[in-house]
Design a protein around this ligand. Structure first.
Ligand code: HEC
Ligand code: HEC
Length: 331
């Protein structure tokens, strides 16, 4: 007993130091659980995230295209918007989106708050206006009270709406993946095949673009460096924001966190499976043709990146009143 009591702290210290060293050497950091959020804002933002009355149809909410039961995506090539319009681009996950350098594939929104106003007023998405959205909220007394409690202002405005949604989105981080356990020193948290996949991921050069705690979201990179990417999609990437020709076809490097859940892949959603996406990345970005075994190892590694999914009671939305405008789903 005494011996154990003496050795345990030393063994623990050695383990911690070893884990610290391993961590310091890896180009990826674990996802941290969320801290420092305003809980009142989060609860309000959660309601707004699920409230389809922020759309013209009364049918489409943020969760329609960023379904939190499906990795924060819609699992479609491109999204379906108001009146079943075909969207122009694949819906990226909202999970861990607070860690991105900027929002959207081309980075045109600086942060989550700037982003959240976009879809409400986008005619191809929720097809509403900010004024109509705020007017709708003002007709629902429970919302009026909750906004006042959270923001302390006499009237609701769109700034408060986007602020609350962004605060809720900050909570959508996914810590505790098996890979994070491995990063923190639990050597048996991933299998030999998965570890082999991670080594290949680093040695082949994937890590040059997919790095940081999100394994992505840190930079804009050209799609199709060694070989051009063939697509019928008309999105041009970062050039739409900067106007610089050098930025044509540069997209925000997507996060690989929870990538097993966020299919189909790429901005056009044309890669249906992870093995297809990995094959394209190897050839087009790095000039490498992976063997089927190497491809399977990398895919196995990518599947260790699924973390704890957001878990909460579904918010109860306050009912509409006689004054609330009726949804118009068909015009
Ligand atoms: C009709 C489908 C649709 C709806 C509804 C929708 N989105 Fe999106 N969302 C998309 C698509 C598609 C993109 C990518 C657009 C682009 O990059 O040009 C996107 C991008 C985003 C991003 C950026 C993620 C990243 O990594 O760049 C965030 C965050 C986001 N949406 C949050 C929201 C919120 C909050 C709402 C509700 C207010 C919402 N979305 C409503 C389809 C939708
Ligand atoms: C030069 C930078 C770069 C390198 C190197 C790179 N990627 Fe990518 N990766 C990107 C960009 C940019 C995209 C988005 C491309 C698009 O959607 O058009 C992407 C997309 C992906 C996707 C799809 C994610 C999604 O949600 O759509 C996967 C999976 C992926 N990369 C894995 C890898 C793997 C595995 C490697 C190494 C074999 C790798 N990448 C190497 C930049 C890179």
């Amino acid at each position: 007993m005494k011996k154990n009591a003496f050795f345990t702290p030393i063994a623990t210290a050695i383990l911690l130091v070893a884990a610290g060293v391993a961590l310091a050497q890896e180009p990826v950091e674990p996802i941290s659980p969320v801290k420092e959020v305003n809980l009142g804002k989060v609860e309000l933002g959660k309601k707004l995230y699920f409230d389809p009355r922020l759309s013209k149809s009364g049918f489409i909410s943020c969760n329609s295209c960023h379904n939190l039961s499906m990795g924060g995506t819609d699992n479609l090539k491109t999204s379906i918007g108001h009146k079943w319009q075909q969207g122009p681009i694949n819906s990226p996950t909202v999970l861990n989106s607070s860690l991105n350098v900027a929002q959207f594939w081309d980075g045109r929104a600086a942060d989550l708050k700037a982003q959240a106003g976009g879809p409400i007023a986008n005619p191809g998405e929720m097809a509403f206006t900010h004024t109509l959205a705020v007017d709708m909220l003002e007709t629902i007394p429970e919302y009026v009270i909750e906004f006042k409690l959270v923001f302390g202002k006499a009237l609701i405005d769109i700034d408060q709406v986007t602020d609350a949604i962004a605060e809720f989105e900050k909570t959508l981080v996914t810590p505790n993946s098996r890979f994070d356990h491995w990063l923190l020193g639990e050597t048996d948290a991933i299998t030999a095949e998965e570890l082999g996949g991670y080594q290949l991921f680093k040695l082949s050069g994937c890590i040059a673009c997919h790095n940081g705690s999100s394994l992505g979201g840190t930079s804009f990179q050209k799609m199709g460096i060694v070989e051009p990417y063939q697509t019928a999609n008309t999105a041009q990437g970062l050039i739409a924001v900067t106007g610089k020709d050098a930025d044509r076809f540069k997209f925000k490097v997507p996060t690989l966190r929870n990538v097993a859940l966020t299919y189909p892949y790429f901005h056009d959603g044309e890669a249906a499976t992870l093995s297809h996406a990995v094959d394209i990345m190897g050839r087009l970005q790095l000039g490498k043709q992976f063997t089927p075994q190497e491809n399977a190892q990398i895919v196995a590694f990518l599947k260790t990146l699924t973390g704890d999914q957001p878990l909460f009671d579904l918010p109860m939305l306050p009912p509409s009143t006689d004054k609330t405008p009726k949804p118009t789903p068909f015009d």
